[in-house]
Design a binder for this molecule. Sequence first.
Ligand SMILES: [Zn+2]
Length: 270
Amino acid sequence: MRIPRLALMAGAVASLLFAGTAHAATAPAPAFKPVLTKNPLYKAGKLGTRTCDEPPVNNGTVEEAEVYFSSVMDCLKQAWAPVVKKAGFRFSTPKLTVITKVGTKTPCGKFQEGSQAEYCPKSNSIAFLLSPDIVEEPRNLALMAVLAHEYGHHIQQLTGILKASDSLYRTTEARALDASRRSELQAECMSGAFVGRVWGSLGRSSAEWDALLNSTHNWLNLSSIGVKVRSGADETHGKDSNVAYWAKRGFKAQSASACNTWTAPKAKVL
Ligand SMILES: [Zn+2]
């Protein structure tokens, strides 16, 4: 008698759990604003340039690295300005502030330890950390991707996405984290769209892109050059497999059309 009873209890618990899971899976996605789910940016087509001429890096100086990243910023402008305008928004360029030490005051406030780069909507600027390792090897593809990710946040700012997602951070913790991941994964996808659009002009091997997708912790694993980026980011930035998923989507589409994370099923934004 005891066995069936236990089995029954176990069955009851299992079905309760299952009911709970089924409910969560079919629960409607949070009702996001149209500026997030139907932004005209998604229909503005492929990015504006297929070419990004990377300047040579010979001496490993700060000046050289600054020139390198400024030139990537120019490429990002050529890529995004036409589609932002086509989508009906005003375009402006963010300012790039290069710093060489964590803790330095930037237009975004104090630069945080563990970050590689930060976008600051209030001052419309990107702060980018040039640690000694990066100064030596600024052409690492991961760094271009990081800069393009921050530029993605700027594009979100120009198109009203950042402002609309901000209000979601003042709800429950679970909803705030969900919104954070949708926003971050969208920036990751936009980064992929840029890299994919100019890929043919970069003269890099596909192994380099694959290595980036396979690196653990978002683009974070720059350990080959001794750099940690966006540490402990899973909850706010998404798990590695989803980061790779969105970056790949952007890369393939070469457009923000692939980057609508706001209508994506929950499983793709975990
Ligand atoms: Zn980000």
